[in-house]
Design a protein around this ligand. Sequence first.
Ligand SMILES: *[C@@H]1O[C@H](CO)[C@@H](O)[C@H](O)[C@H]1NC(C)=O
Ligand SMILES: *[C@@H]1O[C@H](CO)[C@@H](O)[C@H](O)[C@H]1NC(C)=O
Length: 239
Amino acid sequence: MRLLRSHLLLLLLASSAAGSLLRTVPEEPSTISSGGGGGGGGDALYCDSWRLSVETNDAGPWTRIPARCIAFVDEYMNGERYASDSEVIAGEALAFAEAVEVAGDGKDVWVFDVDETLLSNLPYYAANGYGSQDFNETSFDEWVYLSKAPALSASLKLYTELQALGFHMVLLTGRAEVQRNATEQNLLFAGYGSWTQLILRIIKEGLAFVHRLDQLFFLLSQFSGICQRAEIRVKHGGL
Ligand SMILES: *[C@@H]1O[C@H](CO)[C@@H](O)[C@H](O)[C@H]1NC(C)=O
Ligand SMILES: *[C@@H]1O[C@H](CO)[C@@H](O)[C@H](O)[C@H]1NC(C)=O
């Protein structure tokens, strides 16, 4: 059996939950009726199917959640389900981490996304229609500069457990470099600490965001040959 000395895992809770759900968007098919049980039961069925289509990336690019799904998203995010989904995924990640032989030489790194992974922007989205409105970068940035986003609790627990196992934390985010201070303050406010590196986006060209992948790859090149894998994961992560 060959064991890699270094390990990279992009924990992309964001792409399976709130990140995609709240930041991006498809046209609303009108073929599923909204009949059914009380409290918009038909909507709940439709919205659950829509969520699956987003998570499997079948929905393609989208910009707003369907209006009929606002209550569904509210209930998903604030009820037990989102916390439970997060805990299950974090538990699976931890099981993987525990199976890794950490060398203790500082070369075992774990890469976390920030928004909707370490930090939850749910308070912002709750005040802005749960993603049913077009994403407003100005008001979202105002929220970012408050540095008051709470931790996603399953992630904070996982983060702490990974550190106890000996992993070093690398944080990779689509937030801009000018938001470094606000992001660091927010991470500390939420209970995170002792990360090895926080990598932010530095160049904005029209609508295309260029991320500081060179920095990530430089960092990873100091570890073993996993850049190829990192590149693939990063691309899939849509960062
Ligand atoms: C976006 O947010 C800013 C700041 O809160 C606000 O002034 C502006 O009107 C918003 N834009 C839209 C299109 O709602
Ligand atoms: C970030 O914080 C540092 C240290 O507190 C400060 O020197 C620097 O001016 C801040 N940068 C921005 C862009 O606010």
